[in-house]
Design a protein around this ligand. Structure first.
Ligand code: FMN
Length: 141
């Protein structure tokens, strides 16, 4: 199975984690969400963004070409750094069909606490990525 988004015909996803720049404030976050939701809607992209302890975890899903394009915009955005793509590829069905970009913070759920109470080894990359995705999907907003 290819992880090259340009080679995928249907739906695709991309999940990453990054560090927010130190000076990022609530207004910056609102700006990010407003432009993200506008562009996502135009491109039939849905997903979620989780922010905790200065780190972002984001899942985006939609037509593969749109995920490729928006993924590149996100990866090059100077409002965060150390962007690490955890996974990308073809997707059977959307996980966040009702969200142009759901946002959650620590008050909605803590990934760190969730990992601490799970049996998942965060040193095993596959387990770690699976855990991040399971956690994001489990948040109830
Ligand atoms: C953490 C984070 C998440 C983002 N998520 C999205 C997204 O889901 N969709 C999107 O179109 N842009 C998203 N962006 C914003 C784009 O990176 C940004 O809009 C792009 O760099 C172009 O800026 P502009 O909106 O001023 O044209 C995100 C940015 C950051 C920092």
């Amino acid at each position: 199975m290819t992880s090259d988004l340009t080679q995928i015909d249907g739906l695709a996803y991309l999940v990453y984690r990054s560090s927010a720049v130190d000076h990022l404030n609530d207004e910056d976050l609102q700006d990010i969400l407003t432009s993200a939701r506008d562009r996502n809607e135009e491109n039939a992209v849905t997903g979620c963004l989780h922010c905790e302890d200065g780190m972002f975890f984001q899942w985006i899903e939609g037509p593969a070409q749109a995920i490729h394009m928006i993924g590149n915009l996100i990866l090059n955005d100077p409002r965060h750094y150390d962007v690490t793509v955890l996974g990308q590829g073809a997707l059977d069905a959307r996980r966040f069909p009702d969200w142009r970009m759901r946002f959650s913070g620590r008050s909605n759920g803590s990934l760190m606490d969730w990992f601490a109470s799970s049996d998942i080894s965060t040193f095993d990359r596959k387990e770690y990525v699976g855990g991040v995705v399971t956690f994001l999907a489990s948040i109830d907003i």
